[in-house]
Ligand binder design. Structure first.
Ligand code: PGA
Ligand code: MG
Length: 225
């Protein structure tokens, strides 16, 4: 019996251009244990990924702010209203969030706000700190969020809902928002493009990048490495 998986999306299931590498789809679909998609993205994205891959919708979204499993929705700490205040002060300083008029990146986001990495990080951190919020840089966006929830705390709840111990999971990811998930999983794999925090937290740092790294990790997990 293979280990259940907790898998990040951006930088882990993707190609360098952020598109999903089609080779991962059948691997996820055929995995012989639960797969939890754990991401910084808003809930509809991992739900849609599960639907298109053809697996049960088991997801952690918004860096652990939201989870969905067994037809139950979980919310872990809401930083959204404070993040909206930060957005207003950021706007007064002359900056929008950087995603255009419709802002699809935040449209369905419920517990945090994401900001383009083209915006000034130091200012964003300063404003967020005044509201007791954290800013997490995933390498794809800056996330202005409540400090407590993360992918690791959410995995504890999701694993329990699935009648697993979180330590039975194998986790695969690429950035600082995967660190706590690596901490609660029994085995953890950072792809070669991972940031320093993820590399330091992982049990194994792979030689392969992006989806190649994911595919190498699942080979090792299958072999019981
Ligand atoms: O939304 C992001 O910034 C990163 O998303 P990820 O957690 O799937 O890598
Ligand atoms: Mg990632």
């Amino acid at each position: 019996m293979v280990a259940p998986l907790a898998v990040d999306i951006d930088g882990t299931l993707s190609r360098p251009d952020r598109s999903i590498d089609s080779r991962v789809m059948d691997v996820l679909r055929e995995w012989d244990a639960p797969v939890v998609i754990a991401t910084g993205k808003a809930l509809p994205y991992p739900v849609a990924l599960c639907d298109f891959v053809g697996i049960e919708e088991r997801v952690i979204a918004e860096n652990g702010g939201v989870a969905y499993v067994n037809d139950d929705l979980f919310y872990f700490g809401d930083g959204r209203s404070a993040a909206v205040e930060v957005r207003e002060e950021f706007a007064e300083a002359g900056y929008d969030l950087g995603w255009g008029e419709s802002d699809l990146v935040n449209r369905w986001r419920e517990t945090e706000l994401a900001v383009s990495r083209e915006r000034p990080l130091a200012l964003l951190r300063e404003l967020a700190e005044n509201y007791g919020l954290s800013v997490v840089d995933t390498g794809f966006a800056y996330h202005v969020k409540a400090t407590e929830p993360n992918k690791g705390t959410a995995l504890q709840t999701v694993a329990a809902e699935l009648d697993y111990d979180p330590g039975e999971f194998a986790a695969i990811g690429d950035s600082v928002n995967d660190v706590e998930m690596f901490g609660v999983a029994g085995e953890s794999y950072a792809v070669a493009n991972a940031d320093d925090d993820a590399r330091a937290a992982a049990d194994v740092v792979l030689d392969e990048s992006n989806a190649d790294g994911f595919l190498a990790a699942v080979e090792r997990i299958r072999d019981g490495d």
